[in-house]
Design a protein. Sequence first.
Lengths: 172, 77
Amino acid sequence: MDLFRRFALGEIDAFETLVRQFQRDVYAWIVRIVRDPGIAEDLTVETLWRIFRARHQFRPDGNFAAWARRIATNLALDHLRRKRPEQSLLREPAGPPAPDQLLQRETREKIQQASRRLPAKLHVAATLALVEERPYDEIADALGTSVGAVKLRVFRAVRILRKQLNHLGVRP
Amino acid sequence: MAKHEMVEHEARQIREALKQSFPPVNTELRRDLWPAVLRRLDARQARVPWYDWALIGLSASVFLFFPQLILVFAYHL
């Protein structure tokens, strides 16, 4: 019996093999969205546990990696919705910065703030498409939507970001 | 400049601004997560199932309304 069929039947050995095979992909996908290695590890464990719990819904002839990515994306979206908006994503080096560095840091922080204020679905679409440059079909698959819908979300995210940055006095 | 060119120009500017603001993340996993997943699965399995709680609740209700049954129950233990 093949690995996916054994997993769907609840065999723990088959699940262990799948975890060792796919954990890196799941983690890499989540960390691109949440941008924090510690949180990404926790969410990866949660994703893998949910994958096991939802094993009856998996079709053994389906794409396991894409299914796992979709579960991971939903969890990452939930995390972004719950996360406090003031949490900083940027780790700055210690020591007093030069005046131009200070200006650059301020600009970066304003852009990050504006991006974090986007609705979670727009923020994820924009991060994956514009920052991580992932293919649109891959993003669409992970978000459970069409390529057209992802393009629209990215377009809306760009428009909102442009307005917010103008409001904050930042010219990218 | 045509409208679609303006939109593309705007998207390019925002893309560059975002890329500069969000430093690249290391996508390499630092440790094997299987032990943590296994602990998560074990923790879940160790939970008392709902029907055990229902049975405990039912027994408690019976003893509450018919306390004399406690003696009968104790005799049969």
